[in-house]
Design a protein around this ligand. Structure first.
Ligand SMILES: Cc1cc2nc3c(=O)[nH]c(=O)nc-3n(C[C@H](O)[C@H](O)[C@H](O)COP(=O)(O)OP(=O)(O)OC[C@H]3O[C@@H](n4cnc5c(N)ncnc54)[C@H](O)[C@@H]3O)c2cc1C
Length: 420
């Protein structure tokens, strides 16, 4: 019998495989695709470095020459640009002042290979059809191999199936986000004018003149740049345009972006992603755990997803080790992982909500001497094990003051998002 079966070999599943193998816990990763496979989510935050270091991925990242990401830059609709650099806020346990932009087909394959090197057994091209339960306990998974269905028993099932959310669907745990219903259209381009100088390889985020609208510009290598247009799904619906015309239209609405895209040539098909913000009612149960996107997905404006997946693996591994030490695989053993993870992601969520509530608030706070380092701390993914985040309260207070005033400069830019 397998000790642990992990469904999915994305960043969450593979990094968990690494941790468990390092702890001497045998694990099988079952991945439905055959790698390399394309995936959205190409820009990381610096907190990821801690996990990559622990599982021995940093030398591999350097050897493979992934683009170093030293900072981030935002472009307001009228062309004003402001940037941050990670070197300004050093993080405990992280020696580099940069993180990475990645071609996910390559990164995910290397991470899965790293898990295999450390001891994970890996099946690729095998889809899990369902998680098997006896009474209230997960006891294994059913996979389809060729025409046959095969049941694989284990002591613990981990759902790391990403937005496929296999266990969340099976147990009807999914709660759609009450606020966010975003839609993204993206593709890779050659010849994007990324500018020159040290900000050329930053992530660039361009604000669009529609509610919750923005565009990402992520360098994949010297030649290729990923560009994605994100806005509320209604903006796409109401535009009544095909994906290409919609993309063209909105990339023209920010002058800096229009300039960057002028010489650009698309090199692959457009892909679209929608309906991607949700939270599962619970992340753990008897004999099972959900990690990464399989547990929760928050809007990608701050490139948080891979970091959340990696920390989900790190923190769940601690509780899994405890389960193997005590022999107790009940939900109670895994609850500390759920609490730690929920609290961390709730900080990302609140930050994102305030960002969308009032865009100038973000620009104001990031440029303020008093708050800048605290905002950097959030942008760099330091959201876990924090008892308080004063800058979020300061942002809430600021929003309330704008709401209460009759003539505040930012009043007309408040959106309809509710802030508690
Ligand atoms: C528009 C958009 C932009 C984004 N931008 C960023 C960004 O810039 N930076 C960032 O960090 N994050 C970003 N993200 C989020 C990021 O993509 C995810 O958070 C991250 O990939 C989560 O990793 P994961 O391992 O949980 O899931 P995944 O990476 O999705 O991996 C899940 C794996 O499970 C496999 N699988 C699924 N079902 C089964 C099954 N039944 N059986 C076997 N295998 C299965 C899949 O094939 C897949 O390989 C973005 C997301 C979106 C939608």
């Amino acid at each position: 019998m397998n000790d642990v079966i992990i469904i999915g070999g994305g960043p969450a599943g593979s990094s968990l495989g690494c941790y468990l193998s390092m702890m001497g816990i045998s694990n099988l990763i079952i991945e439905g695709a055959i790698f390399p496979r394309a995936h959205v989510g190409e820009s990381m935050v610096t907190s990821s470095t801690r996990v990559l270091k622990e599982i021995g991925m940093l030398p591999i990242m350097e050897r493979e020459g992934f683009v170093r990401k030293y900072g981030a830059s935002w472009h307001a609709p009228k062309g004003k640009e402001f940037a941050i650099e990670f070197g300004e806020f050093p993080q405990a346990g992280i020696e580099q002042d940069y993180t990475y932009h990645v071609d996910r087909s390559k990164f995910d394959q290397l991470l899965l290979k790293r898990a295999e090197e450390l001891g994970s057994k890996v099946y690729q091209g095998v889809r899990v059809q369902k998680v098997l339960f006896e009474d209230d306990w997960a006891r294994g998974v059913r996979v389809k191999i060729g025409d046959s269905e095969v049941d694989l028993p284990c002591k613990l099932v981990v759902d790391a199936s990403g937005r496929s959310t296999i266990l969340g669907n099976q147990l009807k745990l999914k709660q759609k986000d009450p606020i966010f219903d975003q839609y993204a259209v993206h593709a890779w381009f050659k010849n994007v004018d990324r500018g020159s100088g040290h900000t050329a390889d930053f992530i660039h985020v361009y604000f669009l003149p529609v509610e919750r609208g923005w565009v990402w510009q992520i360098p994949i290598n010297d030649e290729i740049t990923s560009i994605g247009v994100v806005a509320e799904r209604d903006v796409f619906r109401e535009a009544k345009l095909d994906v290409e015309s919609y993309f063209e239209k909105y990339t023209q609405t920010n002058p800096d972006l229009a300039r960057a895209m002028q010489p650009a040539v698309r090199i692959n098909e457009f892909k679209s992603e929608g309906d991607y913000s949700y939270c599962m009612e619970k992340f753990v149960g008897n004999g099972y755990i959900l990690i990464g996107d399989a547990a929760r997905f928050v809007d990608p404006i701050f490139s948080s997803g891979v970091s959340i997946a990696l920390y989900g693996a790190k923190y769940s591994a601690t509780q899994i080790r405890q389960a193997f030490e005590t022999g107790d695989f009940s939900a109670a053993t895994f609850v500390p992982y759920e609490e730690r993870s929920r609290k961390g992601v709730a900080i990302w969520y609140e930050f994102i909500r305030l960002y969308y509530k009032l865009l100038p608030l973000f620009t104001h706070f990031i440029q303020s001497k008093e708050h800048r380092l605290q905002v950097l701390q959030l942008l760099q993914g330091e959201v876990y094990d924090r008892s308080e985040v004063p800058v979020l309260q300061a942002m809430r207070n600021y929003v309330q003051a704008v709401e209460a005033s009759d003539n505040h400069l930012f009043k007309s830019q408040l959106t309809s998002i509710a802030i508690d």
